[in-house]
Design a protein around this ligand. Structure first.
Ligand code: MIG
Length: 727
């Protein structure tokens, strides 16, 4: 092993290993057959750092870790400075592009992005290749490992220790978490390089913060996009969309965002608007804006092959579409029938694509929904472009689709972001995507694609979204009510209750299914869904602050219980409850006909949000949960801002009057952040912060407020103390 620039190099029997530091806790292991360092993928934004490290008897010692490398096999062993082994290879195979590691002390494996399955993936295997699942399967199910999104990142955790592994490879990858062999964890790729990062905790939150430094952080969303969204495949005409808006207002349903699915286009031609169905498009959007709604339109990457259609002709003439292996324009099929695919690998193509958004944005569109960007191709049995179709990178080198596939969606989102930054520079962007890769959190919110209106999919949405959060993706959600199939009134109630506590909150359903807007059912369903949508808006400032934390330090807004109770093994398999931030425990009902449920409260005191009763944690409880109740608990020591919300209008109403609910029984602090929720002024200091502290006294705690900064008008702030009268 020898020092080589900022890092170290080791020569083994079959190749070389480069060790580079991206922080004291983030170490890159890049293998190659020659001594060249392989390039990082587009996921990585971190840079190698000079870290104090030295060699001691051929062991590389850093301030936090010790790294040993077998000079024949290039197997790596990483230990903490105290001597605890954190990671130990049993095989490094440069030909098969595979690494095997010992399963050590891990009690759970988490992350892996969007996966249909339980939160703790110990004993399972998975694979990554972005997949329009419904192309092959009638419904998402646990036997389909490949979903719309691929994030080759996992966390190994146990009490007192945790690490992450990020495999920086865009090809198809496979992971095995002690499924095949209980003593082994392994990962491999079907092409590209063996290049991965070890991210040390020892807490899960530190692993995620390191992962955020490496692959990037989300931007702060506009506050209205944290409200309720109403969608349908499709609101087919201008009048229909206006009627939806009016119904929302008439039924006193707060809502901020409406969607135009594919019917708004002319013959499914991207960047067109149907002349008949959306005559006066600009005028419709203006009316909606005046009513307080933002409109998001769907964009598909597949471009209709048609003479005289500008997007096609320009792209064809400039050679901007993906090519066959023989160098011809590759034609597949999506909604517009024969379709070609922009080669988003090239910045020139992304620039060109960005330009087409201008008209839509000028008309008053406020956000872009990128769908079918795995990308989908109906002509292929694989449902996507053939592996050997050809992209070009900026250096003019050919890149096979199998290498680009998993980042195709990310690259499209990158083009979209460019458009929003350019044509809507005064507002923070909103992009929603279906396909994503590691690093996509920098560009877009993500929804989990085509779920179904079943109780099973309601249930699975929780571990899916929690694992996305443990993969650096905070702004996520599932279609509320389910996409495919008819949703019942009871299911819509339970789903809206859950959705109100997940970051991206949109009701959406497939064409041909029963109407799924909250007023399509009984008066009872409408009343309960309304009360939970309102609760969402009462918590909007809290949400906004959580998204600010995600933007700042990579913490997901929703967290599994072990995120804050890593020493409590009882939390390692909990799929059906979660924390919103640190303080709010959400326990949705996930089965029909139930009026109570079991839940677990970790150590400490917890306030029942509804009754005010105080519970001791470290125990299981059975709580009442009739249809109008989602059990909610607040950790003692939490200071929870509540907006006052009246009537139907959305986010514009919030941030004016806040009540800080102080849940006594433990010391607590809360940093309230406030800005215009819309522009980039906050980057020039246009924001305010107030720090609240609460003493531990269970009955009459002392609450202090300190203004840290006041560069944006603060809301009127009231306090409400919830004493912890012990039960
Ligand atoms: O093949 O645009 O996941 O949300 O409504 C269906 C129509 C294409 C798939 C998306 C869904 C959307 C639908 N799209």
């Amino acid at each position: 092993m020898w020092k080589n620039g900022k890092g170290y190099t080791v020569k083994g029997l079959n190749g070389y290993l480069q060790i580079l530091f991206y922080s004291e806790q983030t170490i890159r292991f890049a293998y190659s057959e020659d001594q060249e360092l392989c390039p990082s993928t587009v996921a990585v934004v971190g840079e190698p750092q000079d870290i104090k490290a030295h060699l001691e008897n051929m062991i590389l010692v850093t301030p936090q870790l010790k790294i040993e490398v077998d000079s024949k096999t290039l197997n790596v062993k990483i230990s903490s400075r105290e001597g605890l082994v954190l990671s130990e290879d049993t095989e490094v195979d440069l030909k098969e592009l595979r690494i095997k590691k010992k399963k050590l002390w891990e009690k759970g494996f988490y992350g892996n992005g969007e996966k249909y399955g339980w939160i703790n993936q110990i004993g399972t295997a998975t694979a990554n290749y972005n997949n329009d699942v419904l192309f092959h399967h009638i419904i998402h199910n646990p036997l389909v490992p490949e979903m719309h999104t691929s994030i080759p990142f996992y966390i190994g955790a146990a009490p007192g220790r945790a690490y992450g592994i990020y495999f920086d490879n865009t090809h198809r990858t496979d992971f095995d978490f002690s499924k095949t062999d209980p003593g082994t964890v392994s990962f491999r790729a079907r092409g590209g390089n063996l290049d991965y990062y070890f991210l040390y905790g020892p807490s899960v939150s530190k692993v995620l913060s390191a992962y955020g430094n490496l692959t990037g952080r989300p931007y702060l969303p506009r506050k209205n996009f944290l409200g309720y969204h109403q969608s349908r495949y499709s609101y087919e005409t201008g009048p229909e969309l206006l009627a939806i808006a009016e119904n929302l207002r008439r039924h006193d349903l707060p809502c901020d965002v409406l969607y135009l699915d594919i019917a708004y286009m002319d013959a499914y031609k991207v960047f067109t608007v149907h002349g008949e169905r959306f005559r006066d498009f600009k005028e419709i959007l203006k009316q909606l804006r005046e009513m307080g709604f933002a409109v998001v339109v769907i964009i598909n990457p597949g471009v209709k092959v048609e003479e005289g259609y500008r997007v096609y002709e320009e792209g064809r003439d400039k050679g901007y579409f993906v090519k066959t292996a023989q160098g011809e324009e590759y034609q597949g099929e999506v909604w517009p029938k024969p379709a070609v695919y922009p080669d988003f690998m090239r910045s020139e193509v992304r620039q060109w694509w960005a330009g087409f958004h201008r008209e839509l944005l000028d008309c008053g569109v406020e956000g872009i929904w990128n769908d079918m960007n795995e990308p989908t191709d109906f002509t292929q049995s694989a449902g996507t472009l053939p592996d050997d179709t050809v992209h070009y990178d900026d250096a003019g080198r050919q890149r096979p689709h199998r290498e680009v596939h998993n980042i195709y969606g990310l690259l499209q989102n990158r083009a979209t972001l460019k458009a929003l930054e350019k044509y809507q520079p005064e507002k923070r962007p909103f992009i929603l995507t279906r396909a994503a890769f590691a690093g996509s959190q920098r560009y877009s919110a993500l929804w989990t694609g085509d779920n179904a209106s079943t109780w099973e999919h309601l249930e699975v949405s929780i571990p899916m979204i929690l694992n996305l959060g443990l993969s650096g993706y905070s702004f996520t959600g599932a279609d509320v009510g389910g996409y495919r199939g008819d949703c019942s009134g009871e299911l819509l109630v339970r789903w809206t209750q859950l959705g109100a506590f997940l970051p991206y909150f949109r009701n959406h359903s497939e064409i041909g299914t029963a109407r799924q807007e909250p007023w399509a059912y009984s008066a009872e369903v409408l009343a309960i869904t309304r009360s939970y949508i309102r609760l969402r808006y009462r918590l909007l400032t809290y949400y906004y602050n959580l998204m600010k934390e995600s933007a700042l330090n990579g913490a997901p807004a929703v967290r599994p219980l072990f995120y804050h109770n890593q020493d409590d093994l009882r939390t390692y398999h909990i799929n059906d409850q979660f924390l919103l931030g640190e303080g709010l425990m959400v326990c949705p009902v996930l089965r029909p006909g139930l009026d109570r449920r079991q839940l677990y409260l970790p150590e400490g005191l917890w306030h029942d949000y509804w009754s005010g009763e105080v519970y001791r944690g470290g125990r299981y409880y059975i709580c009442q949960a009739p249809l109008d109740t989602l059990p909610l608990f607040v950790r003692a020591g939490t200071i929870l801002p509540h907006d006052s919300v009246e009537g139907a209008v959305g986010a514009a109403q919030t941030g004016k009057q806040l009540t800080m609910h102080c849940y006594a029984g433990s010391e607590g602090t809360y940093l309230l952040y406030h800005d215009d929720g819309l522009s980039f002024d906050y980057r020039q200091g246009g924001s305010s912060e107030v720090e609240f502290t609460m003493t531990a006294d269970p009955l009459e705690p002392q609450i202090d407020q300190k203004i840290i900064r006041e560069n944006y008008p603060l809301p009127e702030i009231n306090l409400k103390i919830h004493p912890a009268g012990i039960v």
